[in-house]
Design a binder for this molecule. Structure first.
Ligand code: MEV
Length: 418
């Protein structure tokens, strides 16, 4: 579809108001004044493409996924894999309670083991104290849930006590709520332990706030060109096996998953560095960095994929509410809660992983990627309007997608026109 028609279809699907549709085009999006209220020393705005991944069914619901990303092939890959998963009923996703962990580091404790028990004995009092720091979240059904205390015997600064406050953030990402609650507990924890509290900050290893997705793809749906479905399924499982066993491959494999995750996290105004940190720390939780996803054959012979990862994302608070385009992205997604948002994000992560593995296990990543990449190369070489398609077609036909070649072709084309 031409660009304007696409915007029109999305606006109709998501029932966007005129201003909201304009926010997509950038006209009514983030203003300089608003940006100046978001961070410090603002001197401008920086734009990225916002695309829509299609074909997703998540828990029986048709979903359009807004993705903010600079890399060609990502949106196409997610949409293609979603179509494969759709043939098996789409994605089934769940998310655990939105519980974050806040850490307090307690130093200079004479007997950390006894202090640990003193803290656990005061659990209820400490949880009530933490709740006083955010009555709104408590009213919404969230707040302090539990308290854990660990002694870490060997650190470069000697033994220390680490207290974990488990805090349910409801629909917020929760960094502010958790950090405030931790800070409010510090004086009382110093009293109880006789120690000195230094750090009071959430952990990005949000392993109590997990999102999980699964999909099954009928093997016939994987058939492609000269590749039989069986062969593709086997190739995907063998490709996954290397990521499961080898950190060098696991890093790239998980990067492919994050190609699906980050663009929605960014589109919805969430903290993608937090999500990245959580994902990779979770992938290393056994002590050896490994794949976040799994691929196998199910009892019926279908290809079955799963993905489990921490996803600390919110639909309220922070930039989600301040950035006008983030609001529109949330509306397009139709996610009513942080949980639903996480369920869609983890599904798109799994789809992106499937798209990459399928390409890698068959014709390789470059063939499909090159045509899309060629557009960026042509534009970077100075091609404009219709020239872009012509330069792309010639580079792809020649099998030479390179900046120098784009410049030469462009110069030749322009000369011919003189
Ligand atoms: C490129 O952005 C992502 C891939 O490298 C992922 C993978 O290798 O699985 C294609």
């Amino acid at each position: 579809m031409p660009l304007e028609e696409r915007v029109g279809r999305i606006a109709a699907w998501a029932e966007l108001a005129e201003d909201e549709a304009k926010a997509l085009g950038g006209a009514m999006g983030l203003s300089l004044t608003r940006a100046d209220q978001m961070i410090e020393n603002v001197v401008g705005l920086y734009s990225l493409p916002l695309g829509i991944a299609v074909n997703f069914v998540v828990n029986g619901r048709d979903v359009l996924a807004p993705m903010v990303v600079e890399e060609p092939s990502v949106v196409a890959g997610a949409s293609f894999a979603a179509k494969l998963a759709r043939a098996g009923g789409g994605f089934r996703a769940t998310a655990t309670a939105p519980e974050m962990i806040g850490q307090l580091q307690v130093l200079d404790v004479t007997d950390p083991w006894s202090a640990r028990l003193d803290l656990l004995a005061t659990r209820d009092e400490l949880l009530s104290l933490a709740n006083e720091s955010d009555p709104v979240i408590v009213e919404l059904g969230g707040g302090a849930r539990d308290l854990e205390a660990r002694v870490i015997e060997y650190t470069p600064a000697g033994p220390m006590l680490v207290v974990h406050l488990i805090f349910d953030c409801r629909d917020a990402m929760g960094a502010n709520a958790v950090n405030t609650a931790c800070e409010s507990l510090a004086p009382r924890i110093e009293q109880i332990t006789g120690g000195r509290v230094l750090l009071r900050i959430l952990s990005n290893l949000a392993d109590r706030r997990l999102a999980r997705a699964r999909c099954t793809v009928p093997v016939e749906a994987l058939a492609y060109g000269d590749f039989a479905g069986e062969q593709v399924a086997q190739g995907i499982i063998e490709a996954y096996a290397l990521a499961a066993a080898d950190p060098y491959r696991a890093a790239t494999h998980n990067k492919g998953i994050m190609n699906g995750v980050d663009p929605i996290v960014i589109a919805t105004g969430n903290d993608w560095r937090a999500v990245e940190a959580g994902a990779h720390a979770y992938a290393a939780r056994s002590g050896r960095y490994t794949s976040l996803s799994t691929w196998a054959r199910d009892a019926e012979g279908n290809l079955a994929g799963t993905l489990e990862m921490p996803l600390a994302v919110g639909t309220v608070g922070g930039a989600t509410r301040v950035h006008p385009t983030a609001q529109v992205a949330l509306k397009i997604l139709g996610a009513r809660t942080a949980r639903e948002l996480a369920e869609t994000i983890v599904s798109v992560g799994l789809a992106q992983n499937l798209a990459a593995l399928r390409a890698l296990a068959t014709e390789g990543i470059q063939r499909g990627h090159m045509r899309l990449h060629a557009r960026q190369v042509a534009v970077a070489a100075g091609a404009a309007g219709d020239e872009v398609t012509q330069v792309v077609e010639r580079m792809v036909a020649e099998g030479r997608v390179r900046p120098d070649r784009a410049e030469t072709i462009l110069a030749e084309m322009r000369n011919e026109q003189l």
